[in-house]
Design a protein around this ligand. Structure first.
Ligand SMILES: NC(=O)c1ccc[n+]([C@@H]2O[C@H](COP(=O)([O-])OP(=O)(O)OC[C@H]3O[C@@H](n4cnc5c(N)ncnc54)[C@H](O)[C@@H]3O)[C@@H](O)[C@H]2O)c1
Ligand SMILES: [Zn+2]
Ligand SMILES: [Zn+2]
Length: 389
């Protein structure tokens, strides 16, 4: 089959690779209809997560048709149109029973690397390096999905392929941030980052009853999408003092909930941004945390911050004093998609949650190298490149 692979030098190439086969009784094979690039893939291509090998198949956000099922599969059957969560979870371990699916003890058959980095390993993820299992990704004609009954959800008839696709990762991640940050009716929520994840965190906050939702970015075409398709307010951080603006808009108090959807390659103007960039390039810190810092400083006393952006290891100038003295609750996680996907698909079926606008560029899988270049450079307003095998 054809698949988009990592070349070994931070580039994408489309190659012929072996078809996947059923390896375990709970596996299913999905023939991919649509798969999309995610901001997390840019961290891989940027070389910030150095555990890819040349020839590894990329991609973790996808939907398609079940074409084969293992003999232990009970719920899914051949012919089902499914969306598959990006993290692989067994559904039966202690963590899965707590609905902390991305922490599954059985999802990552290669936990050594992350145990060394973090003390314990999270679960496995499709197409996201040997640190999280070394699973072949979804930018391919076919994908083997371990624990198919747990990670693959039947898409309701009313939901189009392009809408369902993003339930895999972008929407479930955004939903997790809004819900696990404790968003309540009447809250003001501020979201850093207007990519697919930030936009969906904003939409989920609205569906959970937030009274006011503000999204911060600098890219005009993304801010325009937030206004038009999400229905939230926007702040352009390249022309506005974000801290002052958030205070102003919240009667001096600051947002109740802050959601960071930017990650380790945050851009930031001025001296702080340059400092982070130099330290990251000299390998003196692994991540550039400017949006996390700003969110901690902006959040109201006693408020809550959820870090959705991916970070690898250690950062500098983390405002621990502000976090502690202001009594903030700070959480983060890789996506527990299996927990939120059923409810997301219901909202999608009712037309309350739309995602088609994120798919700014839809192209054949053969054009994945071009799609990735456009997504990385934000060329032509690219928010997500979607590939059709
Ligand atoms: N937790 C999870 O399970 C999970 C799942 C998916 C993605 N992610 C992570 O979420 C983050 C966002 O993903 P995405 O697909 O939306 O990425 P993206 O690259 O499309 O979007 C990131 C956005 O952040 C903006 N940005 C950069 N610096 C900023 C700053 N200082 N303040 C405000 N905005 C800033 C950029 O302009 C861009 O629009 C990434 O780090 C990705 O790895 C995490
Ligand atoms: Zn992702
Ligand atoms: Zn598990």
């Amino acid at each position: 089959m054809r698949a988009a692979t990592w070349t070994g030098v931070n580039e994408v190439s489309v190659e012929t690779v072996p078809d996947p086969t059923l390896l375990n009784d709970h596996d299913i094979i999905v023939k991919v209809r649509k798969t999309t690039s995610c901001g997390s893939d840019l961290h891989l291509l940027g070389g910030y997560i150095p555990f890819m090998r040349a020839g590894d198949v990329l991609g973790h956000e996808f939907m398609g048709d079940v074409v084969e099922v293992g003999k232990g599969v009970r719920e899914r059957k051949v012919g089902d149109r499914v969306v598959v969560n990006s993290f692989i979870a067994c559904g039966t371990c202690w963590y899965c029973k707590q609905e902390l699916y991305s922490l599954c003890d059985n999802g990552n058959p290669n936990p050594g690397i992350t145990e060394g980095l973090w003390g314990q390993s999270p679960g496995g993820c499709f197409g996201y390096s040997h640190a999280v299992g070394g699973f072949a990704g979804s930018h391919a004609e076919y994908v083997r999905v371990p624990y198919g009954d747990v990670g693959a959800f039947v898409v309701p008839e009313e939901v189009s392929d392009l809408r369902a696709l993003f339930a895999s990762d972008a929407v479930s991640t955004g939903w997790m941030g809004a819900e696990l940050a404790g968003t309540k009716p009447g809250d003001t929520v501020a979201v850093w980052g207007a990519g697919g994840v930030g936009q969906m965190a904003a939409r989920a906050s609205m569906l959970l009853g937030a009274e006011r939702v503000l999204v911060i970015d600098r890219l005009p075409e993304r801010l325009a999408q937030v206004r038009e398709h999400v229905g939230a307010e926007v702040i352009d951080y390249s022309t506005t003092d974000v801290m002052a603006e958030l205070r102003e808009l919240t009667g001096g108090r600051g947002p109740d909930v802050c959601i960071e959807a930017v990650g380790m390659e945050a851009h930031s103007p001025g001296v702080h941004g340059a400092y982070d960039q130099v330290k990251q390039q000299l390998r003196l810190q692994t991540d550039r945390p400017s949006a996390v810092r700003e969110a901690i400083m902006a959040c109201r006393k006693g408020g809550s911050l959820f870090v959705l952006g991916v970070f690898a290891a250690a950062v500098d100038k983390f405002p621990l004093g502000a976090m502690m003295n202001k009594g903030l609750t700070v959480r983060g996680a890789q996506v527990h998609g299996q927990r939120f996907t059923p409810r997301i698909l219901e909202h999608m079926a009712r037309g309350e949650l739309t995602t088609e606008h994120l798919a700014t560029h839809v192209m054949p899988l053969e054009q994945a190298p071009k799609g990735y270049q456009m997504f990385k450079d934000k060329e032509d307003g690219c928010v997500r490149a979607v590939f059709e095998p």
